[in-house]
Design a protein around this ligand. Structure first.
Ligand SMILES: [Zn+2]
Ligand SMILES: [Zn+2]
Length: 258
């Protein structure tokens, strides 16, 4: 399977050659699962040659605009491709959302913009702490985190994910308050950990994983923040001193074979 990075940037002001956060898991059977939908995700997916008619589900870790800004356009791209190709094969896309007030307005906006994709059913659903999505070949576990503070009696509004597919585990941090929030999954071992570096120092996170002796096979930092953007070589060097070539920093439109 493959991980395609559609956008590698945290919620900064616009930057050349990087867009806000979005990535896609492509299984060997061609099915696509998208995680977060920052600006430009539909455009990048199309230009990378991904077959969006194979998109099965979209998981939005939280509602911040650097994770949601491209949702409307993503479905607009699918609509355009439907129109151009004449392909009328029915498609169902599960849209997992962190809040109940996004799904219906989004569907109404798609209608108002005349861009709801034909022959496509978009099915908004809620992420829940401890919940999961499971279908043939893939399971995605949801864990609430403290990136967005909510009152104690309210459900979480920001989530991390652990994906198992093709006998491999991928931990995807989403935005997190601290790396400790996903440490149980990291300690259990993963083939890939996709870690946001927008709110954290990558070398410090690498040191913490080392300290706890986490069995990580591949580390991909993305959702880049100032430390990596301002000092890319130095940051990479510090991380690789601890983890060698297991550490990678993603660029937009990069693909990792898993
Ligand atoms: Zn973010
Ligand atoms: Zn955020």
């Amino acid at each position: 399977m493959k991980i395609h990075i559609l956008g590698s940037l945290s919620g900064t002001e616009p930057k050349p050659d990087r867009h806000h956060t979005s990535w896609v898991l492509e299984l060997d059977n061609g099915d696509l699962y998208m995680f977060d939908a920052g600006e430009n995700c539909g455009r990048s997916a199309y230009l990378m040659g991904l077959d969006l008619f194979k998109l099965k589900a979209v998981f939005i870790s939280h509602s911040h605009i650097d994770h949601t800004g491209g949702l409307l356009h993503l479905f607009g791209v699918i609509r355009k491709m439907r129109d151009l190709s004449g392909d009328e094969t029915p498609q169902k896309i599960a849209l997992f959302l962190p809040r109940p007030d996004i799904g219906e307005p989004l569907l109404r906006l798609l209608d108002a913009c005349h861009t709801y994709p034909k022959n496509t059913e978009i099915i908004p659903q809620m992420l829940t702490d401890g919940g999961n999505f499971a279908e043939c070949g893939i399971t995605v576990e949801f864990k609430g985190n403290n990136h967005i503070k909510v009152a104690e009696n309210l459900p979480p509004e920001s989530f991390s994910f652990r994906i198992s597919a093709e006998n491999k585990f991928i931990t995807a941090s989403g935005d997190v308050h601290g790396v400790e929030e996903i440490m149980d999954w990291c300690s259990a071992g993963c083939d890939v950990v996709l870690m946001e570096s927008g709110h954290h120092s990558p070398p410090e996170i690498c040191a913490r994983w080392k300290e706890l002796d986490c069995p990580l096979k591949k580390i991909i930092f993305f959702h880049h923040g100032r430390e990596y953007l301002n000092f890319p070589q130095e940051t990479l060097r510090k991380c690789r001193r601890l983890w060698g070539r297991k550490v990678n920093f993603a660029d937009d439109c990069s693909t990792f074979e898993i």
